[in-house]
Design a protein around this ligand. Structure first.
Ligand code: HEC
Length: 326
């Protein structure tokens, strides 16, 4: 290594130290992620479409019951035309955008939750020549300021698509238009070539019952006392994933756990990341917001850190009331 090459990383490091100067005395600087804080991911920027909520067509709204996050999905003209026609061959330039909103009590009147700020923006852009490995779809995800979170963008794009690949008969697009007019609930028209609306998403997820040996030590530690078996999600998502995969999959894990009466988990192939869901053994019964009886679920997400951040594992614990399965 030449002297000049030795200096380069030093210069980069001092830039980061400069940014975190006040912290530098207390702690070692956090390694700087060159992919974080950028306006573009894989060449796409949400800032270019900042007015998508007024210019594009609203498709649907979804609600994450475990995190209280609300999602609104929009399609640009070309994506909307395709979706509306029941077609799945999205032309180049077709785009979907999704905004994830946090919710909070309205201090003025607490009967319903109100949006309390954007959490993230996600984009899907059809470009067959550019995105050959992901069936033409390019993916990008941004924080509330429209800048990237970090991590290698291609790896992340592959992880996005690994999940979207579950719905090939919809052209890899989950959202279906929902008409918010009188007469709800209406029957959803599922776009598909082979028209298989009965094949639910959960039936596409393949779980396997296993013993606890071979599972990460940290996962076994989180399990309720006495557990000897667990349902583990198998397939593409074990291999191709990112942090978001483990959040997105939690409701499916909870559903599987309720159905099987065993804890359910997704564990990354390298065993560094996992999400786990099981019935809270202490307090199983609870009341849903609609007054119906539910089950108290516990969900845990763990990210085992390495190197500098060793022993600073990220552990998220969440407890919420889920509907009893029929
Ligand atoms: C584990 C599964 C999973 C992963 C991983 C995932 N998504 Fe999705 N995505 C969904 C589901 C399910 C929906 C339907 C809407 C909802 O539930 O919020 C969706 C909806 C979307 C939409 C709206 C269009 C559509 O397909 O409905 C966009 C845009 C999107 N995701 C982008 C991304 C990006 C970008 C990434 C990666 C950074 C990503 N997704 C990773 C499951 C996933």
């Amino acid at each position: 290594m030449t002297f000049r090459h030795k200096l380069l990383p030093l210069a980069a490091a001092s830039l980061c130290v400069g940014l975190f100067a006040s912290l530098a005395f207390a702690e070692k600087p956090v390694p700087h992620d060159p992919y974080a804080g950028l306006d573009r991911m894989n060449g796409y920027s949400i800032k270019e479409f900042a007015d998508f909520t007024s210019k594009w067509t609203f498709i649907t709204v979804r609600y994450r019951k475990d995190t209280g996050e609300m999602r609104l999905t929009y399609a640009n003209d070309s994506a909307w035309r395709t979706l509306k026609e029941g077609n799945i061959d999205y032309p180049d330039g077709a785009m979907f955008a999704k905004i994830g909103l946090m919710t909070a009590d309205d201090p003025g009147f607490v009967s319903s939750l109100v949006p309390s700020g954007a959490k993230r923006y996600q984009l899907m852009v059809m470009d067959r020549a550019k995105n050959k490995d992901t069936d033409g779809w390019g993916y990008a995800v941004f924080d509330a300021n429209g800048t990237t979170f970090g991590d290698d963008p291609i790896e992340k794009q592959n992880a996005c698509h690994a999940c979207h690949k579950m719905v090939p008969e919809r052209g890899y697009v989950f959202s279906q238009p929902v008409k918010l007019n009188m007469g709800l609930p209406m029957k959803l028209k599922i776009n598909s070539k082979d028209d298989e609306p009965t094949k639910t998403l959960t039936s596409r997820l393949k779980f396997e019952t296993t013993k606890l040996d071979g599972l990460p030590e940290k996962l076994v530690k989180e399990l309720p006392a006495g557990a000897t078996q667990i349902r583990v999600l198998r397939g593409e998502l074990e291999k191709t994933n990112f942090q978001g995969t483990f959040g997105e999959i939690r409701p499916s894990l909870a559903m599987e756990s309720l159905k099987s009466d065993l804890p359910a988990a997704l564990v990354s192939e390298n065993k560094r990341f996992f999400s786990l869901a099981f019935k809270d053994p202490g307090k199983p019964a609870c009341e849903m917001p609609n007054g119906k009886k539910g089950v108290k679920m516990k969900v845990v997400y763990v990210e085992v850190q390495r190197g500098e951040k060793k022993n600073k594992d990220i552990i998220e614990n969440l407890s919420y009331c889920d509907a009893l399965s029929d």
